[in-house]
Design a protein around this ligand. Structure first.
Ligand SMILES: Cc1cc2nc3c(=O)[nH]c(=O)nc-3n(C[C@H](O)[C@H](O)[C@H](O)COP(=O)(O)O)c2cc1C
Length: 325
């Protein structure tokens, strides 16, 4: 069995974490990952204090294992953050602060509530900033990943972050979907992986079945980095674009972002309706290039165990067999 420093730090069995995906989180998915020995997480930044309390209670009903609550700092409501702290989650999973935000004040409050802190970033200076502010774990997120990402690929970014923030443990994110990815991340100096897209295609994921199928059907070459979903939603993300499926909606506005800005309200209403209806041509589907590695929609627990088993086999048998005796 693979054990790394994050297993002890978070009190988990496998060094495998779920990204807190605001638009695609649910108590069922969070609990399933944690119950299986990984670290579940729930995206909270769209939620009211009451919704955070309800969803945390629903997760705790399904598992007494640790899990995290996720906040996008640039878009965090104080009342929601305070409500989350009152619930004393095992982990506070932060990402995407504005340059002028004081990370330490958020981290200190989370530490006072007894939480461990993770901070996700896609650039070395931002991870150093979080390390200096007191993060317990840094998540280095490469641009292969789904959702909002920076510009650096995982392969160079992860060891650069490991070197920059050590001895603080690093989790690798962006493009990881199987045991090969976990073994590679460990070889790069990370202490585990955090996954988004892989868990979107799971039984417990709240995504519409059509979107889960679109991930399975993807060959990984059909994603695009753009600002289009954020322009439609009226969001200005600090230092990120979105990697999402290149569908009719994205193609319609590519290179015509100015026109999207002028038709924002109508386009956003259509986008939301298409998401509800499971329309994969017109609805938004954030997903990573690792969609090309995803071929099934199993229970999340099976994924956690499968990834751990595959990585263990690579480390215990495949790689040692390459060494000359
Ligand atoms: C649909 C979707 C929504 C996401 N929402 C959030 C979020 O609210 N907060 C966050 O920290 N990361 C979010 N992410 C990023 C993930 O935490 C993670 O970094 C990313 O999915 C890793 O890349 P992968 O998709 O290749 O596994 C999201 C990702 C996806 C695919």
């Amino acid at each position: 069995m693979i054990r790394t420093t994050v297993c002890d730090l978070f009190d988990i069995e496998h060094p495998i974490a779920l990204g807190g995906m605001g638009s695609a989180s649910s108590p069922a998915l969070t609990a399933a990952v944690s119950r299986a020995g990984g670290l579940g997480a729930m995206g909270c930044h769209y939620l009211t204090p009451e919704q955070i309390r309800e969803r945390t209670a629903a997760t705790r009903k399904e598992t007494n294992k640790p899990f995290g609550l996720n906040f996008l700092l640039f878009d965090t409501r104080e009342d929601s953050f305070a409500a989350a702290l009152d619930l004393r989650p095992a982990v506070m999973q932060f990402a995407w602060a504005r340059a002028d935000q004081d990370l330490k004040s958020y981290f200190d409050r989370a530490h006072e509530a007894g939480c461990k802190i993770t901070y996700m970033a896609g650039a070395v200076p931002e991870t150093v900033r979080a390390a200096k502010a007191g993060a317990d774990v840094i998540i280095a997120q490469g641009s292969e990943g789904g959702g909002h990402v920076g510009w650096m690929g995982s392969l160079p970014l992860i060891p650069m972050v490991v070197d920059a923030v050590g001895p603080i443990p690093v989790l690798a994110a962006g493009g990881f979907a199987d045991g090969r990815g976990l073994a590679a991340a460990l070889a790069l100096g990370a202490q585990g992986i955090l996954l988004g897209t892989r868990f979107l295609a799971s039984v417990e994921s709240p995504l519409h079945q059509n979107f889960k199928r679109a991930i399975v059907d993807s060959d990984g070459h059909d994603t695009q980095l753009s600002e289009i979903p954020d322009i439609a939603a009226g969001l200005v993300w600090p230092g990120a674009m979105t990697r999402s499926r290149r569908n009719k909606f994205v193609e319609r506005w590519s290179g015509r972002e100015w026109a999207l800005r002028q038709n924002r309200a109508e386009a956003n209403a259509r986008l939301r309706a298409a998401r509800e209806a499971g329309d994969i041509d017109e609805g938004p589907l954030s997903m990573g290039q690792d969609a090309g590695l995803i071929r099934d929609i199993p229970p999340a627990a099976e994924l956690v165990r499968r990834i751990a088993r595959e990585a263990e086999d690579i480390l215990a048998r495949k790689l040692p067999s390459l060494l000359a005796s």
